[in-house]
Design a protein around this ligand. Structure first.
Ligand code: UDP
Length: 320
């Protein structure tokens, strides 16, 4: 089987490529290396079953050829990270809307099963615990750049599900919650690689806001297994699934955990949101997924607790 992974040189995409190659499948990656990195996939480039195309999903001609070749499309290419979305809203909106339109239109043309990576951001500031797939989306004003990401990814979901309903295109939608692991960069705002980098450099750990906001973190290898098992499960077609962790932690506690596990003497600094991002920034107070559906349908399990994820990430950064 041949798999097309858009955004396959990104953090999650590179692990997914490895996993498909281990299953003796042929992998085609298209990535414009805007946030993806060659470094993530350089160990795969010599593998004859791995093919890398350095281009954007907005290039319809290239996408036409790749979609025709492959049996399954995994659409991961999207703007990543709160910081990037706020700094470059136009590019983010264009990639998420126009890019996904091309991916789905071509998948439909060739009738290829498509996995759409969505995000917990689509729930917006709904801080219900835990969040179920059919829970409400609560967004702030369009003047707040952050919500453009949630709105565009929600539109991607609507579009994918419309292709399923009107054209019977086999699509699967999964909402990733905060995913972590070695290779993730802190450049686009992600808290764990930022804290680990700061701790190892003995710089202050920068907590935005009060630090009482909470998140759950999932190990990237588990997310990859979740993706593969959903693609393998025929009943998953036309459905939405949360993929996420089950250990809720405040950002204050996370900072202390990173400090302790890395043996760092970094101080901890609280920074107001308006200084970290921009005026009027709105954060989510809590973000905990209900992963009951994923567990029930494909037997999903989280194999790593937070400490073991952090230890792996710290070790990886130390040896880099
Ligand atoms: N955060 C922080 N310091 C940082 C980066 C992020 O305190 O250097 C906070 C951020 O405000 C949010 C949480 O950590 O409350 C998770 O942020 P991230 O960008 O990783 O993911 P998301 O906001 O999408 O959950």
């Amino acid at each position: 089987m041949k798999i097309l992974i858009t955004g396959g040189a990104g953090f999650i995409g590179s692990y997914l490529s490895e996993a498909f190659l281990e299953r003796s499948q042929e992998v085609y990656v298209i990535d414009d290396l805007s946030t993806g990195r060659l470094e993530n996939i350089k160990h795969l480039l010599k593998n004859p079953c791995f093919h890398f195309v350095n281009d954007t999903i907005l290039n319809r001609e290239v996408m036409l050829e790749l979609t025709g070749i492959c049996d399954v499309v995994v659409h991961l290419a999207a703007a990543v990270g709160v910081k990037l979305v706020i700094d470059e809203p136009l590019k983010s909106i264009h990639t998420n809307i126009a890019g996904t339109e091309i991916v789905l239109e071509l998948a439909n043309k060739f009738r290829k099963k498509t996995f759409l990576a969505s995000t917990s951001e689509v729930y917006g500031r709904n801080s219900k615990v835990p969040l179920c797939e059919d829970d409400e989306r609560i967004y702030g004003s369009t003047a707040v750049a952050r919500w453009s990401y949630a709105a565009t990814k929600a539109m991607d979901e609507f579009l994918a599900l419309a292709y399923y309903r009107n054209k019977q295109l086999p699509v699967i939608v999964a909402r990733f919650f905060n995913t972590v692991g070695p290779r993730q960069t802190g450049r686009y705002g992600m808290v764990v690689p930022r804290f680990v980098g700061q701790a190892l450099r003995n710089e202050p750990l920068t907590i935005y806001g009060t630090g009482n906001q909470t998140r759950t973190f999932t190990y990237v290898g588990d997310v990859v297994q979740g993706i593969i098992s959903l693609i393998d499960e025929p009943r998953a077609v036309g459905e939405i699934f949360n993929i996420g962790g089950d250990e809720e932690i405040s950002i204050n506690d996370l900072a202390n955990r990173v400090k302790c596990l890395s043996g760092s003497s970094s101080p901890i600094e609280h920074i107001p949101y308006e200084r970290a991002y921009q005026d009027g920034f709105e954060d989510m107070e809590r973000r905990v997924p209900d992963i009951g559906k994923l567990k029930k349908w494909v037997g999903y399990v989280n194999t790593h607790d937070l400490d073991s994820m952090l230890i792996k990430i710290i070790e990886h950064e130390r040896t880099r």
